[in-house]
Design a protein around this ligand. Structure first.
Ligand SMILES: NC(=O)C1=CN([C@@H]2O[C@H](COP(=O)(O)OP(=O)(O)OC[C@H]3O[C@@H](n4cnc5c(N)ncnc54)[C@H](OP(=O)(O)O)[C@@H]3O)[C@@H](O)[C@H]2O)C=CC1
Ligand SMILES: Cc1cn([C@H]2C[C@H](O)[C@@H](COP(=O)(O)OP(=O)(O)O[C@H]3O[C@@H](C)C(=O)[C@@H](O)[C@H]3O)O2)c(=O)[nH]c1=O
Ligand SMILES: [Mg+2]
Length: 310
């Protein structure tokens, strides 16, 4: 479990005191692309002294401008929490998604490598084709089923090619009190309907954005002194569950009286195909960075409290 209160944050806070303000652009030296997204907001909560770049300040559609922003801020570390995340819309906008999710992180990673500072890129379970039932290892073959997954894969390759002290952190099913996500959709629909039909054959790990933010910060800290830990890692909440099972737990914890009926993916057609098996084997992250899978049920409790639902 990533401890948001003690284990993880305290040592980071200690390390933070050693950092000096860089060019008046944030006091901790951490530069984050993204300001309004789920992970970006949790990073703000965790490290309010970091510098967060909005789309107006750094548009990922302009990768060179993103690299220039990094050089201008001269940060101690960079986390990319911005991305094109509209999975279905990406089917009709793959070139746009590929610039934002592919070329921009590649340019950021190259700028970070040039400055010798750590860079963390967040990627996705959607790089896998979802076959089988065993959890995906980091070295398993990738074969995305949709445009979003392909665009994220381009980003992964670009970040690796840049070298430097990078980490590609693949996560899945991100949830928080902010932005749009499955918990918020279920709260809305569950109050309107008596029954919902939800796919029960897509299995994965819902992951609280707060835990991803804590993991990213911890990884930038570690990579600063141990760049040999660069690489690709998996991080998802436990236990693995279907979307239908996830919906049931949301309604149970929120006290919403809405029945969930299991359906197969084939009964819920969407523009983008989604993987059935999104289970991620997160063992390497635990071995190398000491970060274990957070229990998403506890994260859900926190999110419902944040939303004023409980
Ligand atoms: N959401 C999920 O379920 C999952 C997400 N991920 C990955 O995790 C990371 C964080 O995702 P999450 O926090 O959910 O993202 P959100 O969808 O909540 O937020 C996306 C962020 O990216 C910004 N953004 C989008 N396009 C641009 C652009 N052209 N230039 C600058 N900023 C832009 C948005 O800004 P604006 O407000 O201006 O639109 C917003 O801040 C991403 O890399 C994503 O691929 C991985 C697995 C699952
Ligand atoms: C609203 C609804 C959804 N569903 C299904 C559709 C889908 O398979 C699943 C989840 O729906 P979403 O739209 O939240 O799924 P989606 O936006 O594809 O979520 C993905 O986003 C990207 C960014 C990622 O990287 C992935 O890890 C994953 O989190 O629930 C139902 O079966 N019934 C419903 O009533
Ligand atoms: Mg979505």
């Amino acid at each position: 479990m990533v401890s948001r209160q003690r284990g993880l944050v305290a040592p980071i806070a200690g390390a933070r005191r050693c950092w000096r303000a860089v060019g008046g652009q944030g006091v901790t030296g951490l530069l984050v692309f993204g300001k309004t997204g789920q992970v970006a907001r949790e990073l703000q909560r965790l490290d309010p002294g970091a510098r967060f770049l909005s789309r107006a300040e750094a548009d990922l559609f302009d990768p060179a401008a993103c690299a220039e922003a990094i050089r201008a801020h001269a940060p101690r570390a960079v986390i990319n929490a911005a991305a094109y995340t509209a999975v279905d819309r990406a089917e009709g906008e793959e070139a746009l998604a590929t610039t934002i999710n592919g070329a921009a992180p590649a340019a950021m990673a190259a700028a970070c490598a040039g400055l010798g500072v750590p860079f963390v890129q967040i990627s996705t379970d959607y790089v896998f084709d979802g076959s089988g039932e065993t959890p995906w290892h980091v070295g398993d073959p990738v074969a995305p089923l949709n445009a979003y997954g392909r665009s994220k894969l381009v980003g992964e390759a670009g970040v690796r090619a840049a070298g430097g002290a990078y980490a590609v952190l693949r996560t899945s099913w991100v949830v928080s009190a902010h932005g749009s996500n499955f918990i918020k959709t279920m709260l809305r629909l569950g109050k309107e309907r008596e029954t919902l039909t939800i796919v029960a054959d897509q299995i994965g790990g819902p992951t609280p954005a707060a835990d991803i933010a804590a993991a990213c910060v911890h990884m930038t800290e570690t990579l600063g002194s141990e760049p040999e830990k660069r690489g690709t890692y998996h991080f998802s909440g436990a236990p693995d569950v279907s979307w239908a099972g996830f919906a049931r737990e949301i309604f149970a914890q929120a006290g919403i009286n809405c029945a969930v009926r299991d359906i197969p993916t084939s009964a819920y057609p969407t523009p983008a195909a989604r993987p059935l098996n999104s289970r991620l084997d997160c063992a390497t992250l635990e071995t190398v960075f000491g970060l274990s899978r957070p229990d998403w049920r506890r994260g859900l409790t926190d999110i419902l409290k944040d939303l004023g639902e409980t």
